[in-house]
Design a protein around this ligand. Structure first.
Ligand code: MG
Length: 354
């Protein structure tokens, strides 16, 4: 086991490896039982370390999963006292995050769920989640903070089943909130991958909805426990398409590595891990530029898109014209598509031979 480092020491470690910023749960920085005076001293020391290293705090979040009080959820607990405590803890944590400069506030509801649906009505669970987010949005507006919320979906672990299991579930809930414009997504590679889903597709849907507020980058083998491996460590091809997407669309939020070094590592190994996350992202960004500039790849894309046209807009005339049109169905089905060649060229770009 590695000995624990203090928040100040961790800021210096991140500064040493060239990180841009640092994010934290409230209790990563301030212990849950700290006095007000202790809290203020800790925050002063932390901010001095930020100033010394040049690191920033783009995002903050609340630990609503570690304390036994939250064993049956925080915002969705069956106990109204726990729900009220969760709101109180989150308001204090929001104040702390804003004081440290955060502009995004993440909600990962790790305990918001159930092992048995006999114990908690899922509709009631969603209603409580909605009420908590409405309360906290109103609090943020009332304080005059320019803070946006980002929900982080996960299908299971530590609960048997967690509410808001995927990006799609969270997007649907956001549309029912009082201040939907303040709330978006923080998708995490490992969480969608655990469920066997295509992470990029979830990210693309969040982006399409204008809701990609933040992203947690790491890696994960499908069907395993939540591994949080170094970015790109398991599936560099998936990581490539993700980086290419973020760069191509001009995503301007944080590239946040929510990952952990192997437990085998000492502190030099932790630095190798942190540098590896950033280096792999930058390598894949360069590969994406290479892919976009590759003449053969672009020719194949042009071939695939040949004859593409604007979508048919509905009108009574367009509908009857379309109904009357004669399609050569056999010819449509017989057309070959060069996806094998395109994918092989992609692999060759990744393997460094193009
Ligand atoms: Mg995360």
């Amino acid at each position: 086991m590695r000995a624990a480092l203090s928040p100040v020491e961790l800021v210096h470690l991140l500064g040493e490896v060239g990180a841009y910023g640092v994010n934290f749960h409230d209790n990563d920085l301030v212990p849950i039982d700290a006095t007000a005076a202790e809290r203020d001293q800790i925050v002063r020391d932390f901010k001095a370390a930020l100033a010394a290293t040049g690191l920033v705090v783009p995002m903050a979040t609340t630990n609503l999963f570690g304390d036994p009080a939250f064993k049956d959820g925080a915002f969705t607990s069956n106990d109204p006292q726990v729900r009220a405590y969760a709101l109180q803890k989150t308001m204090h944590a929001i104040d702390l995050g804003v004081e440290c400069g955060a502009s995004i506030y993440v909600f990962w509801g790790g305990r918001e769920g159930a092992e048995s649906d006999a114990a908690k009505d899922p509709v009631e669970g969603l209603k409580r989640f909605r009420e908590a987010l409405n309360f906290l949005c109103a609090y943020v507006k009332d304080q005059g903070y320019t803070l946006k919320f980002a929900l982080e979906p996960k299908p299971n672990e530590p609960r048997g089943d967690i509410y808001l299991a995927t990006v799609g579930h969270a997007l649907a809930l956001i549309n029912t909130l009082d201040h939907a414009e303040m709330v978006g997504l923080n998708p995490e590679v490992a969480h969608e991958t655990m469920a066997g889903l295509n992470f990029l597709h979830g990210v693309a849907q969040a982006w399409d909805a204008g809701k990609l507020f933040h992203i947690d980058l790491n890696d994960q083998a499908p069907g395993r426990y939540d591994q949080d491996f170094r970015f790109g460590a398991v599936n560099p091809k998936n990581a490539f398409f993700l980086v290419k997407f973020l760069e191509d669309v001009g995503y301007d939020g944080s590239r946040h590595f929510d990952a952990h070094a192997y437990r085998t590592e000492d502190y030099e190994g932790v630095k190798d891990f942190a540098r590896g996350c950033m280096r792999t992202y930058l390598i894949l960004k360069e590969k994406a530029q290479r892919w976009n500039a590759d003449g053969e790849i672009q020719a194949l894309l042009a071939e695939i898109k040949a004859g593409d046209q604007a979508p048919i807009v509905y009108s009574a005339g367009a509908a009857s014209e379309l109904k009357a049109h004669s399609f050569d169905r056999l010819a449509l089905g017989a057309r070959g598509l060069p996806y094998e060649r395109l994918d092989q060229l992609t692999v060759e770009v990744l393997l460094g031979v193009r």
